[in-house]
Design a binder for this molecule. Structure first.
Ligand code: PMP
Length: 417
């Protein structure tokens, strides 16, 4: 079958008419499907239902902590120990907090705005900027937008952003941060390699420049290859910039989304500074939930075992997305995508200038997609080509319908352009 770009004018008109018929049929089907957010499916949540009965007993942790009472700003030691092992950090380099790592990111930036970092000038008194590898996570960009931080996009490759471009930007003292999703980046699936990471850790930057190392998908492998997290804190110390990294993780996509536990891993100085602010905001995190998670996981291997059960449910969904896109778009040479090794998303690049149209067509056919451009600061994808597919939530038959419908919209939009 010839590629769309190779069709004669007549053939192209015929192709377009064919896609219009397919789209009309799609609209007739009256679908109501949602591929917008990377939420776990109900069957994944079921894997952790035991949590609903825990912690049981008297709420006393093995170290004697009465989790029912106030206190313990750093979180329950037993839970910190499990995630210290999983993240490859020391116990005193990680703290366990409440249900959202995104709120830790937000709060750290808000504290820097209000108080500065390490005795430096308050960010609120300066015009500050963050480097934003794109495509990236829309909620990171949302925090920047909400707090008045200028965002500077840099193209994200399969192993990280262009290091030279980042180095040049970071030399500006107004640049205070970079967003990094090091494993299975949302939405491209990129995995930062050691070389890129070391470069980011060693480059000259302001003293209060921080890498927001958001390891939201550190354990969310889709293949048998279970990559270990990079020892980013160790590498930062070796580079002579021990305080450069805030590492985040959470159990939102391990146990319950919105009902899990978040983690901040960083240098002692950074953790002390964070707790110095956080203690005014809360008398301590929810340790009952910490204990519940400790009892449920047992140990680090318990987390790994659970993640393999998630993988068994998710891998077929990602395989299906790849299969449908290959069958439907491949023969026409339309669109580009990669099968990620982990995480929650597939990034579909459609022909330039058509992503907004595809999302609109899909909406009119009852298929909700993340708005085109969402993976870019201010929702502005300069080439209007990225569509984030979130295949985790719908059951397989619905997912198949949705991706097939999406493919129809992609082909129609390409034929129209
Ligand atoms: N970071 C990334 C990259 C995400 O995709 C998400 C959404 N799951 C979050 C953070 C939010 O994490 P949490 O639920 O811990 O706030």
């Amino acid at each position: 079958m010839p590629r769309l770009s190779e069709l004669s004018e007549n053939e192209r008109a015929e192709f377009r008419a064919e896609q219009e018929r397919a789209y009309a049929a799609l609209q007739q089907a009256g679908l109501k499907l949602d591929l917008t957010r990377g939420k776990p499916a109900a069957t994944q949540l079921d894997l952790s239902n035991e949590l609903l009965e825990l912690p049981g007993g008297k709420g006393i942790a093995d170290d004697g902590t009465d989790t029912r009472n106030y206190g313990g700003q750093l979180g329950l030691t037993e839970l910190r120990a499990i995630f210290a092992e999983l993240l490859g950090v020391e116990l005193d380099q990680v703290i366990a907090q409440d249900n959202s790592s995104l709120s830790l990111m937000h709060d750290l930036i808000a504290y820097a705005m209000l108080h500065g970092i390490g005795g430096g000038q308050r960010w609120a008194e300066q015009k500050i900027k963050f480097i934003c590898p794109v495509p990236g996570y829309d909620r990171h960009f949302g925090i920047c937008q909400h707090l008045g931080i200028e965002m500077v996009p840099v193209e994200l490759g399969p192993h990280g952003p262009d290091v030279e471009a980042v180095r040049e930007l970071a030399a500006d003292p107004a640049v205070k941060g970079i967003w990094v999703v090091p494993m299975y980046a949302n939405p491209s699936g990129a995995i930062y390699d050691e070389q890129t990471t070391r470069a980011l850790l060693a480059m000259p930057a302001a003293d209060d420049f921080r890498i927001f190392w958001d390891n939201a998908y550190a354990f969310h492998h889709l293949t048998a290859e279970e990559y270990a997290p990079l020892d980013v804190l160790g590498m930062a110390a070796e580079a002579g910039n021990p305080d450069r990294v805030y590492q985040f993780a959470s159990t939102s996509k391990i146990t319950f989304a919105g009902g899990g536990v978040s983690f901040l891993a960083s240098s002692k100085a950074n953790l002390d500074e964070y707790v110095g602010h956080a203690k005014f905001r809360s008398i301590g995190p929810d340790k009952v939930n910490h204990l519940r998670h400790v009892r449920f996981f047992g140990d680090a291997e318990g987390v790994r075992r659970l993640m393999r059960e998630h993988r068994d449910q998710l891998a077929p969904k990602f395989d299906l997305v790849g299969q449908v896109l290959t069958e439907r778009l491949g023969p026409h040479g339309v669109g580009e995508w990669e099968a990620p090794d982990g995480g929650y998303f597939v990034n579909l690049a459609v022909p330039d200038g058509t992503a907004t149209r595809v999302v609109e067509l899909a909406k009119q056919a009852g298929i909700a997609l993340t708005p085109a451009g969402a993976a870019y600061p201010h929702g502005n994808d300069p080439r209007d080509r990225h569509i984030r597919i979130a295949p985790t939530f719908p059951p397989l038959p619905e997912l198949e319908q949705a991706i097939n419908g999406l493919a129809t919209c992609v082909l129609l939009a390409a034929a129209e352009s």
